[in-house]
Design a binder for this molecule. Sequence first.
Ligand SMILES: [Zn+2]
Length: 258
Amino acid sequence: MILFFAFLSIFTSHAQIIKQPIPDKLVVLTFDDAPASHYTIVAPMLMEYGFGGTFFVCEFQPNYSDSTLYMNWRQIQELDKMGFEIANHTHTHSNVSKLSQAEFNHQLTYIESKCDSLGIPKPTNFAYPGYGLNAQSLAFLGEKEYVFARAGGSRVYDPVKDHPFLIPSWATDETNKAEIMKAFNQAEDGKIVVLTIHGVPDIEHPWVNTLPELFKGYLQYLKENDFTVISMRELEDFIDVNVAKRLIKPDFSKKLSN
Ligand SMILES: [Zn+2]
């Protein structure tokens, strides 16, 4: 009998969190740090394949103003006009686990104001720079009414187990093609694969480089195998985030960085 009620309560919370069934082969593509190649290479390729994506932008220090390395705000505005999601990665790529609430708010508000001045919708999703996070950063994000926050961890996102402020992802680089291909197979049974992608290529941070050929190969594979490729904000169609935040306790014992 106890087992039955335990099962019933798991079943009920599952049903409350999931608004509509999550299809197999659901992939969320996220792009970090606003390198120039996101505008010149990634966005045109995503358009060609008809895929969605989320761009977590910041003004990466110290070379943000070098337009050969990073997108400028007009280009970020163009991405929004093309239908992609612009989301928040802090003003200066700051490790938010080390910030006071006032400093964190300042970091978030800078990007929000920039977006507002360019007619870009207010960012609702966040990615932790350098995967720096703690319980306090989750509380600050909650106060600022963010919806989802992406971490690392190299594992699949289970919306009935992972807190919406601790969404796990795999990061692509030059060396882990086999791991990423294996990851795609895990987008089944209600679980979602989220990728973190830096520059394609990444000139300033070669350790997170993804070559355009490799990136195109991933898109081609996803297309040929009928994957659905969306931005992070589109997850709200499937997940009741407020219920998830109420029912799921953030688990910091799991791996959360890449
Ligand atoms: Zn970053």
